[in-house]
Design a protein around this ligand. Structure first.
Ligand code: KG4
Ligand code: ZN
Length: 359
């Protein structure tokens, strides 16, 4: 079964052709990062207009890369939310147009579900032994699984008891972790997007120089109640702490003095926020006795996070390959396939859902 998938929820215009929910025939992403860099973040109105310009060429490129004929498609999957309303509309209306013209079923996909399903995409090189988690996901009963979604807009711990069955265990009570990376990068004048910039600056820094807040971990009884404090995240304290540290080094023009300890702040911040992610995930993984942990979303590209997660969970944690961590349409095709198999169908009255939740 071949799906054309479309993603326009934020600042990437993306299209992919996916076979049987697993095989990536093409995966095209046009990033708007250069456009938004000068604003230090995503400028929604500009994002919508850039999607309008890019969507048709990106879809053409995805079909051409896959050498896919239009009549080889079985369905069109598109991100319907969460995301920027004006950006989502471009992808959703394009998908509707294709479905109308080619008489194809339409599948509206939750973007967060896409990040989770990026783990089902086939990425092993031929002949390479598949990892524990990849083998598990191909088995008949991989559940329960724990997903940690860490992106620019979300920080969520989700328990998955079956395909399409999500229980939100915990979330951030303030900023999303990617948003915290982006804001601290801006404070440190490191540019946009902030995550990769902080990671780079932190390489030469001392992660112990500044003490950022860490989660309180009590080693008492197991918590099995969803959305209890045990599984909640908070990153605004780290952001405020970075702001206080930076203020001592600002000159009258708002520029950072060259002697500002940028790499030490970056390293200390990164060390603390990755501890938050690992500690909370470990608590939930233990309490719900999950078979594996799936980390997805832009921040899952972070090297230190990967190292700490692997130290804690060994081969029971899985990260998407770098190209599938940040927003892409291949993951929407994978999630769309499993939704289609569960009988999910949308029609041409489908609206965008900017605040769509999982579960
Ligand atoms: O999933 P994504 O591409 O878009 C959203 O759905 O939000 O995530 C983007 C976020 C940005 O905040 C970016 O700074 C962060 O992912 N990010 C990283 C890294 N690469 C991207 N954060 C930390 N370390 C990285 N290497
Ligand atoms: Zn995303």
């Amino acid at each position: 079964m071949r799906i054309l998938a479309i993603e326009t929820s934020c600042d990437e215009t993306a299209a992919a052709v996916i076979d049987d929910g697993r095989f990536i025939r093409s995966n095209v992403v046009a990033s708007q990062a250069d456009l938004h860099r000068r604003y230090g973040g995503v400028f929604p109105e500009m994002a919508s207009r850039a999607h309008v310009e890019a969507i048709a060429p990106v879809i053409d490129a995805a079909m051409a890369d896959a050498q896919a004929a239009w009549d080889s498609l079985s369905a069109v999957a598109v991100t319907k939310g969460p995301g920027l309303p004006g950006a989502l509309v471009v992808g959703v209306n394009t998908a509707k147009g294709i479905c109308l013209a080619r008489d194809l079923p339409l599948i509206g996909v939750n973007h967060l579900e896409g990040h989770i399903y990026s783990h089902w995409l086939e990425t092993d090189t031929v002949g390479e032994p598949a990892s524990f988690v990849r083998r598990l996901l191909r088995s008949a009963s991989p559940f329960p699984l724990l997903a940690l979604i860490v992106s620019g807009g979300h920080t969520e711990l989700v328990l998955m008891r079956g395909h399409g069955q999500y229980q939100l265990l915990g979330h951030t009570v303030d900023d999303a972790v990617g948003e915290a990376f982006d804001k601290v990068a801006r404070l440190l004048h490191l540019g946009y997007p902030g995550g990769p910039a902080i990671q780079k600056a932190a390489q030469d820094g001392d992660p112990q120089r500044f003490t950022f807040s860490r989660p309180r971990v009590s080693l008492g009884a197991k918590t099995v109640r969803a959305t209890s404090d045990a599984y909640m995240f908070s990153f605004s304290g780290a952001k405020t702490h970075a702001l206080r540290l930076v203020q001592d080094y600002l000159n009258a023009d708002g520029d950072l003095a060259p002697r500002a300890p940028v790499s030490d702040i970056a390293a200390s911040f990164q060390d603390a926020v990755t501890d938050w992610l690992v500690e909370k995930t470990a608590r939930a993984a233990e309490a719900f006795d999950v078979k594996a942990v799936l980390v997805g979303g832009g921040v899952s590209a972070n090297k230190l996070l990967r190292e700490k997660m692997m130290a804690r969970f060994g081969d029971r944690v899985s990260f998407p390959p770098m190209a599938l961590c940040t927003d892409n349409a291949a993951m929407i095709g994978a999630a769309g396939y499993y939704a289609f198999m569960r009988g999910v169908r949308d029609d041409l009255t489908m609206d965008v859902a900017p605040d769509l939740k999982l579960g």
